[in-house]
Design a protein around this ligand. Structure first.
Ligand code: HEM
Length: 435
């Protein structure tokens, strides 16, 4: 017997999801319980689990049986390539993950604090005073500049500008091919796929050029080191002593760019969208920062990612049958951890529609109930980096800017590429010049 789910035709289910992704998934969980099904055109039937014990089973089960890479590859492979940590499984996945983890470790990333603050302050100078504007394009420029400099180590202004344009073109062109895999065919020079492939070639050429420049550059003097993540990856070795090839480096760099830029920017836009509609939380945040405390800031970031998870679900494709929640699922099934639905369960997060950072002040968040970064051996490699960056940027916004929401209605949740974003881009107004 298959789990229960919506009886609507696949196309209608997709239309409902597109109109209100968060609400649609939350209602399905409320109606059908911890395990439910969705039917999507092209992707077919997806089984969602929205219970911490079942999510734990999914995240800690055998990586041989639960293929995240294969599931991710159906959507992401054309952009990320065959060596990406996101699209590989089992030993090949761990081989890449092992090299990528150390540069993103909490202690290492602390060195990027000053850079993040500097980039944020520079971007804030471009905000108009007294006029409504969408915040998300600004947070995107911030996270993009941070990744270009902290990860790729590009710091020459002209090169940064060129790289930024290439990435923007790539991001624009990738949307259509992600959302509609059936478009992945050359149908003339203006077809989405042809334009995407051209943008990918341009991005790859830039990245290979950067790798070559870096390999050719003189070794830093003794006691000195370049701080960027590309330099760490160039020096890293697999267990068998071999360095990463250019093709591996390219795929991991594009992966980090794709996984880390829009996600963090969207999280930041949501943080302000929520805070401006939760005056009590905003006042407490200001107070706590003025008192030199960071706990409430950290809790605000966590509550943002609970209430408005940027990634709505994560997938595992079964390579063998699996019993989960009383259902026997055949090999080939896509099983999804229903992040958004789980984050809105009344028993796990009382009054789930309220924005209350306080819920994260006592004790650590449950690893299988609060899962904005997925989990297990696939947990987001950039989680510490993203939370750290969000804390710094948010602090600058809240301390320096008197922002208000011209329209107090909550913004709708919209699907943008692989993220759930505020429908209008988090429209704000700067009421007075920056402090
Ligand atoms: C708020 C920001 C972010 C969110 C919500 C987010 C969320 C996620 C999620 C849900 C996954 C899949 C986990 C799973 O399958 O269990 C993931 C994977 C990943 N993320 Fe993030 N992410 C964010 C920021 C970043 C950043 C800043 C980076 C790097 C700079 C990054 C790099 C990665 C990588 C490399 C993976 C693949 C891990 C693997 O498959 O082993 N992410 N992220």
């Amino acid at each position: 017997m298959l789990p229960p789910g919506s009886k609507l035709p696949a196309l209608l289910q997709a239309a409902r999801y597109a109109r209100d992704p968060l609400g649609f998934l939350i209602r399905l969980q409320q109606r059908h319980g911890d395990v439910f099904m969705l039917d999507f055109p092209y992707f077919g039937q997806l089984v969602y689990v929205a219970d911490p014990a079942l999510v734990k089973q999914l995240f800690t089960g055998s990586p041989e049986q639960l293929h995240a890479g294969e599931a991710n590859a159906t959507v992401l492979e054309p952009a990320l390539g065959p060596n990406s940590v996101l699209t590989l499984d089992e030993a090949a996945h761990m081989r890449q993950r092992k090299l990528l983890l150390p540069p993103f470790h909490g202690e290492r990333i602390a060195r990027y604090g000053e850079l993040i603050r500097e980039v944020t302050d520079r971007e804030m100078e471009s905000w108009p005073v007294g006029e409504p504007f969408a915040l998300r394009p600004h947070t995107q420029r911030i996270t993009l500049a941070v990744i270009m400099r902290a990860v790729f180590g590009v710091d020459d202004d002209a090169r940064l500008a060129r790289f930024g344009r290439i990435i923007e073109r790539f991001s624009d062109r990738v949307s259509a091919v992600i959302a509609f895999p059936m478009l992945r065919r050359h149908l003339g020079p203006w077809s989405p796929w042809t334009r995407f492939v051209k943008a990918r070639e341009e991005l790859d050429a830039f990245i290979y050029e950067e790798i070559a420049l870096r390999r050719a550059a003189a070794e830093p003097a003794a006691g000195e080191e370049r701080g960027d993540i590309l330099s760490l990856l160039l020096a890293a070795e697999h267990d068998d002593g071999t360095p990463m090839s250019d093709a591996e480096l390219r795929d991991e760099l594009v992966t980090v760019l794709a996984a880390g830029h829009e996600t963090t920017a969207t999280g930041l836009a949501w943080a302000m969208e929520r805070l401006l509609r939760s005056p009590r939380a905003l006042a407490k945040l200001r107070e706590s920062l003025a008192a030199g405390e960071e706990d409430y800031l950290d809790a605000t970031v966590k509550e943002t990612l609970r209430a408005r998870p940027v990634i709505v679900d994560v997938a595992r494709k079964l390579t063998a049958p699996l019993e989960i929640g009383g259902y026997e699922l055949p090999a080939g099934t896509f099983v999804m951890a229903a992040i958004a639905a789980l984050h809105h369960r009344e028993d796990l997060f009382p009054q789930p529609d309220d924005f209350r950072p306080e819920r994260f002040l006592e004790g650590k968040a449950d690893n299988y109930a609060w899962i904005p970064f997925g989990g297990g051996v696939r947990r987001c490699i950039g989680a510490a980096f993203a939370e750290y960056e969000m804390r710094i940027v948010l602090r600058e916004f809240v301390e320096r800017a008197a922002l208000s929401a011209p329209d107090p209605k909550p913004e709708k949740v919209k699907v943008r590429n692989i993220t759930l974003a505020p429908g209008k881009g988090a429209v704000v107004r700067l009421d007075r010049p920056l402090r």
